[in-house]
Design a protein around this ligand. Structure first.
Ligand code: ATP
Ligand code: MG
Length: 280
């Protein structure tokens, strides 16, 4: 629980030869879908994706393809990245994480060449190719602030995606869905929306994350009700901090006051973040 996915496979990954920059990371999924809290709509989509993947030969018999191009949208901290990883795990795949810091180059044409390198490599892997924070690449083509190079990059991305083997998974995640343009949307087989957590979702998250300690004296629903505006990631931090404090005291029994204190601290932290963002 809470561990980052392991990063593996350094040697033969594609690089930008001029800058010797890594274009992707190969991650071995460690999180599983069971430990995540999702809406019924997301669960339904995930089930369908897994079913179609298992039935891909029958589907191919009709000249059709299983859904393998997905876009995840929603606010920060609601599970887009972790879902991509857990989905890869459940399909028996690795996660091939695209690195925009390596891919995007200031040299003319080099970004598109890097994208081609990434897709060529991905075509040979048993992995989900994942473009996190996709809007970094997919800004609207008619945005007047974007120069010609970006337009070319998006066109190249779409061409490369169209030519990519249909049985290979490509997942993109974004928290600015308004910035993605029409031509991009059309290319995806399914759009999964990750909304902000409701109180009931946060209760479920508390139950999952606080499993290592005893919460028998606690009303987790009441605690979740105090987490207004918290993302899953925020609520998870509360659990981790509360359990750390407990461990340092040498106790395994979580008290209401422990949790309440961490919730307050997280709420204060969120206020600081919001203020800072407004000031920017
Ligand atoms: N739906 C969820 N269920 C359980 N845990 C979650 C969920 N969403 C997020 N988390 C926890 O919060 C952490 C951060 O979530 P994640 O990085 O997936 O968010 P994100 O939607 O990709 O955010 P961003 O838009 O900032 O990239 C995860 O590692 C996970 O442990
Ligand atoms: Mg993310």
């Amino acid at each position: 629980m809470g561990e980052p996915s392991k990063i593996i496979h350094f040697g033969s990954l594609p690089r930008d030869p001029d800058r010797d920059a890594l274009l992707v990371e190969m991650r071995d999924p460690v999180r599983s879908l069971d430990e995540l809290v999702f809406t019924p709509a997301i669960r339904g989509s995930l089930r369908r994706i897994e079913q179609e993947f298992r039935g891909r030969d029958a589907i191919a018999g009709l000249g059709l393809h299983p859904r393998s191009r997905l876009i995840f949208v929603g606010p920060p901290g609601c599970g887009k990245t972790v879902c991509a990883e857990a989905l890869a795990g459940s399909l028996g795949m690795k996660l091939l994480y695209a690195r925009f810091d390596g891919i995007v180059s200031s040299y003319l044409g080099e970004t598109a060449t890097n994208l081609r390198r990434v897709f060529t490599f991905a075509a040979q892997q048993n992995a989900i190719l994942f473009f996190d924070e996709f809007d970094a690449l997919g800004k609207r083509r008619d945005d007047p602030h974007e120069v010609g190079e970006l337009k070319r990059v998006i066109s190249s991305f779409l061409q490369i995606l169209d030519a990519h083997p249909r049985d290979k998974f490509v997942v993109a995640a974004s928290n600015h869905q308004g910035m993605l343009d029409e031509a991009l949307w059309r290319r995806f087989d399914d759009v999964l929306e990750f909304p902000m957590a409701k109180a009931a979702d946060l209760t479920a998250l508390l139950q999952l994350r606080l499993r290592p300690v005893s919460t028998s004296g606690l009303d987790l629903r009441k605690a979740a009700a105090k987490m207004r505006g918290f993302s899953f990631a925020d609520a998870e931090r509360v659990c981790h901090e509360a359990m750390k404090a407990l461990a340092m005291r040498g106790s395994r029994e979580l008290a209401e006051t422990d949790l309440a204190l961490e919730i307050e601290q997280q709420a204060a932290r969120l206020k600081i973040v919001t203020k800072t963002q407004r000031a920017e």
